[in-house]
Ligand binder design. Structure first.
Ligand SMILES: NC(=O)c1ccc[n+]([C@@H]2O[C@H](COP(=O)([O-])OP(=O)(O)OC[C@H]3O[C@@H](n4cnc5c(N)ncnc54)[C@H](O)[C@@H]3O)[C@@H](O)[C@H]2O)c1
Length: 440
């Protein structure tokens, strides 16, 4: 007798498909494979597919040895051919959802996947969208396309939205111990999705609809964006007040209830926080509502690179120098500590502003050997030596990676602009800390 999806999930014979093998998709693929499921990854990037099939890892949160072993035991394989979906029981969609030039949602990657999925969707298939998107995407965009095939949702196939919550580089919370939200089109969809994810995740949190699940993800990231915006504005206020914002935030964080610590910085980065709130505000515009908190936080956060430029300019001014003509070394271009991801990194904005102002800009980042810069490769300085540091008029700390010798930076740099409070509490005219009275 042909097994149904329920029994295939429970005896782990269900074949899992992951569409989009990036920061979200590859760790998920590995987690299912580590839990004895056979996983087929589908990606349009042939180089990435070939790399995976060689067992070569390219994502920081995945262990090289683990991946090699899973590929050599054929627990994971990858392809560019969507016809593989014919043999896949549960498919998780993890493709990018960026913004277009007008800062509106770009769901073209989801639509491209749908073009293929509609050809291969079959009876007893579970489809779960993990890509962050606006409320309504699963029901308004995906469901009608899949139902064209005379299949009924909740009966012939199952459709859910379950947002990924991965936090790259977080050693404490990974896939298994991060509770997972799920909202299906029908109760049966939610149940089937819950059953699948329970095979790899400790806690599943079902909600009543895909719209609720889509909104949960946007609330989480909007919450971060707004609170970071508040921390950034308080940093600017503290500079005017002659107060150290870092001291204020640390002291406030001793309150055991009603306060959550967020810190200022050179601006927002990464694939989520600068982008996701726009998905919500765009959707609200279609409902004739202006999401004011989101807009205000966006304004403050995107203004931070310009504020950093102002701090650099004030620092150089102390020794009658200007940005124009000076040599600046940026320390850290990844959007956050101890990772290699430069997507939407504010460091790129600061570097652009410096170059436009006439500075010569180089960078050092042990995690990011090169970046694309004006259509060419720009390479990190090879070493952070005394000689390197002495060669610059100012060193700007934009990412506080742990693998940097900050004592050396302190002793050898002529001027330091510290946007991450690496030099906490230090009063030294050559160190300008964001959100500190010294930068008045
Ligand atoms: N990176 C994070 O920390 C994070 C966290 C939570 C949620 N998300 C969300 O997850 C989604 C994926 O993000 P990511 O960071 O993994 O992106 P990514 O760019 O690292 O990976 C996406 C992958 O999808 C592939 N792809 C693009 N179009 C495709 C198509 N039509 N068919 C098959 N594959 C295709 C790309 O080649 C790439 O390998 C986004 O919606 C993002 O907002 C990301």
């Amino acid at each position: 007798m042909k097994k149904d999806l329920h029994s295939k999930i429970s005896d782990k014979t269900a074949v899992i498909g992951i569409i989009g093998l990036g920061y979200v998709g590859l760790p998920l693929a590995v987690e299912f494979a580590n839990n004895d499921f056979t996983v087929i990854g589908i990606d349009v990037n042939k180089a990435r597919v070939d790399q995976l099939n060689r067992g070569d890892n390219y994502i920081g949160d995945v262990s090289d040895d683990n991946l090699k072993q899973l590929v050599s035991s054929k627990q994971i394989s990858a392809t560019t051919d969507f016809s593989a979906l014919v043999n896949i029981d549960a498919v998780l969609i993890c493709v990018p959802t960026p913004l277009n030039k007008l800062k509106d949602p770009d769901v073209s990657y989801i639509l491209n996947v749908l073009d293929q999925l509609t050809k291969y969707v079959h009876v007893d298939m579970l489809i779960s969208l993990e890509s962050t998107t606006y409320p309504g995407t699963t029901r308004e965009l995906i469901l009608p396309a899949l139902e064209q095939n005379d299949l009924t949702v909740g009966k012939d196939f199952y459709l859910c939205f379950s947002p990924e919550r991965v936090d790259p580089g977080n050693e404490k919370y990974q896939i298994k111990n991060t509770p997972k939200i799920i909202g299906g089109i029908t109760k049966e969809c939610t149940e089937m999705g819950k059953m699948l994810y329970e095979a790899i995740i400790d806690t599943i949190v079902p909600v009543s609809s895909p719209e609720a699940a889509e909104t949960v993800k946007l609330l989480e990231n909007t919450f971060r964006s707004i609170n970071i915006g508040l921390a950034n504005e308080v940093a600017i206020m503290c500079e005017k007040l002659g107060v150290d914002v870092w001291e204020v935030i640390d002291a406030a964080a001793t309150k055991p209830f009603g306060f959550m610590k967020f810190t200022p910085g050179p601006g927002l980065g990464g694939h989520c926080i600068p982008i996701d709130p726009h998905y919500l505000s765009w959707k609200m515009k279609t409902l004739n509502y202006r999401a004011r908190f989101i807009e205000l936080a966006g304004e403050i956060n995107t203004g931070m690179p310009l504020h950093v430029l102002d701090l650099i300019s004030r620092g150089l001014n102390q020794s009658q120098q200007s940005i124009n003509g000076s040599k600046i070394l940026v320390l850290g271009v990844a959007y956050k500590k101890d990772i290699d991801d430069v997507r939407e990194s504010p460091a790129l904005d600061v570097m652009t502003l410096l170059e436009r102002g006439g500075a010569q800009v180089d960078y050092y980042d042990g995690y990011v050997p090169k970046i694309k810069w004006n259509d060419e490769d720009k390479h990190s300085q090879k070493k952070l030596s005394s000689e390197t540091l002495r060669g610059y008029d100012a060193v700007v700390i934009l990412t506080d990676h742990s693998n940097i010798n900050y004592d050396l930076v302190k002793s050898e740099s002529k001027l330091i602009i510290d946007t991450r409070n690496v030099f906490s509490g230090i009063k030294n005219p050559k160190i300008i800390r964001l959100g500190n009275s010294l930068s008045k």
